[in-house]
Design a protein around this ligand. Structure first.
Ligand SMILES: O=C(O)CCC(=O)C(=O)O
Ligand SMILES: [Fe+2]
Length: 341
């Protein structure tokens, strides 16, 4: 990544937030800042994870041309006739390439106004054969965003008072899963005063960290302090969404944030998502240092493959999957059926 002389968003010093209060993290300071600047930025990042589970990242080094190329390739895929995507239309939640509508149409119940393509990009890139431009762009985009997400993971580890490499090591990120997702939400008119159709209902992401940018049409909402807030990006920035594995490994210090996508009434909305998660065979559990007495363990260990398969095979239900691995205390409900093991 090119981190030399990073352009600064006008009037946007590092360690601050957007007009709506969404934290903004300057990656160039995290990577190239002097010791004092870095320490400040790590603290700011820690607060962003603790108070929001959601932030924007600027000066991230992913070229705008690469972002556009990725969005264009996804757009081209969505415009292909169904027979050219047929082999991926019936894919299951753990298949490395999947094209579909809704979240998981086998269990959705409601029809969500969304088309998607999902590709496993790490440890190995899987990609639909068409459009032909997709493979090359996806490979470059996956590598570039992966670097950025690993930098953030190291800084997040430090913000928890841990060694920078500790989270990566515990989750075996070197063999970790990375998924690229293209989301396409055709316009859908709501009635007057209507909030708009739901493209994707409230959920937290199953992985560690999710990176997202959109095609200039807003619609991503995050739940903050009990209220839904429309996320408006600083031009050129990415959104970063904390996922369930960050909540587990941090023993609940950082939370997987609830978010949802609304559909625009007039314009097509698109988003490109990159998610990194543990190695599918890693058993994820809280870092012991973060669960020392009097805290105790908030989550029990769960193999990421089982967790992801469960979350992806069932109706999206806010944080229902995470609740199944929460250690029950006297005043919390203990689920009768544990699905993982
Ligand atoms: O399209 C969006 O803004 C949200 C997408 C999302 O939450 C997801 O793909 O998990
Ligand atoms: Fe999501």
């Amino acid at each position: 990544m090119d981190m030399d002389s990073p352009p600064r968003y006008p009037g946007q010093p590092s360690g601050v937030c957007s007009d709506d209060g969404i934290p903004v993290v300057d990656l160039a300071v995290l990577v190239n800042g002097d010791a004092w600047e870095r320490a400040q930025a790590v603290r700011h990042l820690g607060r962003a994870c603790q108070d929001w589970g959601f932030f924007m990242v600027t000066n991230h080094g992913v070229p705008e041309t690469l972002q556009s190329a990725m969005m264009d390739a996804c757009r081209e895929l969505f415009s292909l006739p169904p027979e050219q995507k047929q082999e991926h239309l019936d894919a299951g939640p753990m298949d490395p390439v999947r094209v579909g509508t809704g979240f998981n149409s086998a269990v959705d119940g409601a029809r969500y106004w969304r088309d998607y393509v999902k590709m496993f990009a790490h440890p190995e890139l899987h990609c639909p054969a068409k459009p032909e431009s997709l493979r090359g762009v996806a490979a470059e985009y996956a590598a570039c965003t992966r670097g950025l997400l690993l930098e953030l993971t190291a800084a997040i580890s430090e913000s928890l008072g841990l060694e920078g490499g500790l989270i990566a090591q515990r989750l075996d990120l070197a063999s970790g899963l990375q998924i690229l997702v293209g989301n396409h939400y055709p316009p859908c008119g709501g009635g007057p005063g209507d909030d708009g159709a739901v493209g994707l209902p409230a959920h937290s992401d199953h992985g560690l960290l999710t990176l997202l940018f959109q095609n200039g049409v807003d619609g991503l909402q995050v739940k903050h302090d009990g209220r839904w807030l429309l996320a408006k990006p600083i031009p050129g920035s990415f959104f970063v969404i904390a996922g369930d594995q960050l909540e587990i490994v941090s023993n609940g210090r950082y939370k997987g944030v609830l978010h949802r996508a609304l559909v625009d009434r007039e314009q097509v909305r698109m988003s490109c998502v990159t998610l990194i998660g543990p190695c599918l065979d890693a058993v994820v559990e809280p870092v012991p240092e973060l669960a020392a007495p009097p805290l105790g363990l908030e989550f029990r260990g769960v193999k990421y493959r089982d967790y992801m398969e469960h979350q992806q095979s069932n109706k999206l239900n806010e944080k229902g999957a995470l609740d199944l691995v929460r250690v029950a205390t006297a005043d919390t409900y203990s689920p009768a059926h544990i699905f993982f093991n």
